[in-house]
Design a protein around this ligand. Sequence first.
Ligand SMILES: C[S@@+](CC[C@H](N)C(=O)[O-])C[C@H]1O[C@@H](n2cnc3c(N)ncnc32)[C@H](O)[C@@H]1O
Length: 188
Amino acid sequence: MSLVNLKSFNDYIMDEFLQEGYVCLDGTCGNGHDTLTMRKLVGKSGKIYSFDIQEDAINSAKELLSSKKLDCENIEFLVDSHEKIDLYVKESIDFAIFNLGYLPGGDKALTTIWDSTKKSLEKTLEIMRKGALLSVTAYPGHEEGYLERNQLKEYLLSLNSKKYNITNLNYFNQKDTAPETFIIEKRK
Ligand SMILES: C[S@@+](CC[C@H](N)C(=O)[O-])C[C@H]1O[C@@H](n2cnc3c(N)ncnc32)[C@H](O)[C@@H]1O
């Protein structure tokens, strides 16, 4: 693992935690890199729900998966907002990842917004089984992302420590606008 970017840290967490057959949620599919990592690790017997509001993003995620010769039968790609999780996910989940912000190289206006991110995280925590993990990476380097990261921190601070363990990886010797990852474990 390298700390050159938080994707590598998230890949490490997924590699350590995910097992064949696990049920996962990708709240922000984008080009599908996290969905791909999850699909490789949970295998054919797992299940992945992968959301994005952009159809183009979902299409490029599908292309990525098929370029790796992985079938997508057990991936439910959903062109919808993650705040509607409860309409689609009717089972408990083992792992969820939210890579907030906008698609690199894409339309910056199509960024995650705290109001809907908060609703989605609340719904995600609800359906996580005990022992499940949620990874949220925030990008405070742009205006909306800065607000979102600050509100995310406030929200996570409000969560009961008897119910959730939360760790935070940040670039300690960099500016306050560097990306940050939060890992939330639903306690057993
Ligand atoms: C940083 S990118 C995700 C990158 C992705 N994880 C990958 O591996 O390529 C953030 C994505 O969130 C999506 N997004 C923004 N608001 C959303 C919402 N309300 N529901 C679902 N996806 C959303 C954007 O369209 C964008 O593709």
